[in-house]
Ligand binder design. Structure first.
Ligand code: CMP
Length: 144
């Protein structure tokens, strides 16, 4: 499997990602240009709490473990996103994220992330909803 797919193969893949549902063909073509499709082996660390973050990730296939500083671990899978927090506020990674299975990811760099949100507002809405849900979950979680 090549590391980066041709743009037509990538377009077919993007159409199956829930985050991109309802977007126009023009928006999907732009995302195909902005996002790299990458296959990652199980066990690889994708973000380290406290370090600077440079990428935003969309899980196409596979699962990751998000190890939050409180000691809690959250499992994310197909359709979920991570890495948005550091790109939005410029702060360090809030959690360590590791692949628990082989992964297929869409990876978006910092500059491309803002371009993506500007060009496809529904993605910005989904990310805002995700942030709100994570905040509510974090507040509802029992303290260690
Ligand atoms: P970021 O802080 O850039 O890097 C670590 C990522 O873990 C973070 O962005 C979120 O995408 C994700 N993350 C942090 N806290 C939670 C949580 N409570 N539930 C799910 N994902 C989280």
């Amino acid at each position: 499997m090549p590391l980066f797919q041709s743009s037509s193969t990538k377009l077919t893949l993007l159409q199956k990602v829930p985050l991109f549902e309802g977007l126009s063909q023009r928006q999907l073509r732009l995302i195909a240009q902005l996002a790299d499709e990458v296959d990652i082996p199980a066990g690889k660390r994708l973000a380290t709490a406290g370090e600077t973050g440079h990428e935003f990730f969309v899980i196409v296939d596979g699962h990751v473990a998000v190890k939050i500083r409180t000691g809690r671990t959250v499992r994310l899978g197909p359709g979920d996103v991570f890495g948005e927090m550091s790109l939005i506020d410029g702060g360090p990674r809030s959690a360590t994220v590791e692949a628990t299975t082989p992964l297929r990811l869409l990876v978006v760099g910092h500059r491309e992330f803002w371009q993506l949100l500007a060009e496809a507002p529904p993605i910005a809405h989904t990310i805002m909803r995700t942030l709100c849900r994570r905040l509510r979950d974090a507040e509802a979680a029992p303290t260690a």
